[in-house]
Design a protein around this ligand. Sequence first.
Ligand code: HEC
Ligand code: HEC
Length: 365
Amino acid sequence: MALVSFIDFGNEPAYTVEELRRIYSGDQSNWPAPHLDPEAREGFRDIGKLGKMEYPADNPYSKEKELLGKTLFFDPRLSLSGQIACATCHDPELSWGDGRRVSYGHDRQTGKRNAMTIINTGYYHTFFWDGRSPSLEDQAQFPVQDKVEMAQSLKAMVKNIKAIKGYKPKFKEAFGSDEVTLEKIQKAIATFERSIVSNSSRFDSFVSGNPKAMTDMEIKGLHLFRTKARCINCHNTPLFSDNKFHNDGQALYGSKMEDFGRYHLTGKQEDIGAFKTPSLRETALTGPWMHNGNFPSLKDVIEFYNLGNPSPIQRHVTVDETKRPIPSPLLRKLNLTLEERQQLEAFLGAISTRTQRMAPPELPQ
Ligand code: HEC
Ligand code: HEC
């Protein structure tokens, strides 16, 4: 445990809540230093207000493209059954997730993973829990073909959309010609997804200079988040995600739900059980939590981190040492009191906003 003695945060001044309120709602350069381990410093950016969404040069924003993408996103005719749309599992009324541990897809089959919200998804560098897709354009083809999701071939999907006359003018408005192609479908859906971003949260208002925007509990939670509770080591940047992969002790090695995550792409032992750090914006509304949806409440998530890394390995399997998941050394016992755990949970509420309703588009015939 050399690390622990190397970084000693024991002499931190104890702030009153009035001091914390003044400091955190003021100039960010005066914030207390975050408790970061050396391995978390590379590429570190502190939490704060989200910047403007960036659109790739080969798929710039247009209102028409966003609208076409929205229509496709809500259209169940992208699926083999004609019953399952992207919005079935990414439902705006459920904060763009589906509120389930794992999703129901084609023929009511279930996969192994929890449907991620698509709010703020345009800010990530890679997509899916294991980061197997490099762009939103690329990502959009996976759920269509996935046997337990929409179960449709890309060719048949494009053919079906082509056959719907009402789509032609929409493709023309968005792309200048009414030809329907897979690439245009991907680009339109990605453009729509980039338009789904959080409203300004109470945290955003607070750090922009409104000291009344957060309660005492939430402010104490914010400070804990950046210091004693160590969340900032991974949930950093204005997205509250470092865009990296960590083993959070959730590989469930040897169980039916075993999922090695990023390892399936890289084959490296250090990636066994590593998943993308999810953004915590809107997290109060996107349960159940973790890649497997195994945590039914935020209290459970916080308690899990507080215990430091139990990482259970099923007893009935013989452990193959080369396949043993190695939980992140950034996780350790936190010794948070009940009050501190409640403050942390309150802070997660301050980075969540109210569910936005979105009227589904009219589907072309
Ligand atoms: C049957 C449910 C289901 C359907 C239908 C579905 N998704 Fe998903 N979506 C998921 C699940 C589950 C994940 C996480 C899968 C994983 O990580 O392996 C996911 C992940 C994603 C992500 C990654 C988000 C991130 O932050 O990395 C995006 C983007 C996305 N889906 C968009 C779409 C689009 C676009 C469609 C329609 C073409 C769609 N989904 C259809 C369940 C679904
Ligand atoms: C070692 C890096 C790391 C640290 C430290 C960390 N997290 Fe996480 N967090 C992750 C990863 C990775 C996941 C996804 C793990 C999985 O699903 O297997 C995650 C998942 C979560 C989730 C579930 C989000 C969702 O959409 O399902 C919440 C909530 C969360 N963390 C809150 C916290 C809080 C609060 C702290 C501080 C007490 C914290 N995290 C500390 C990396 C970290």
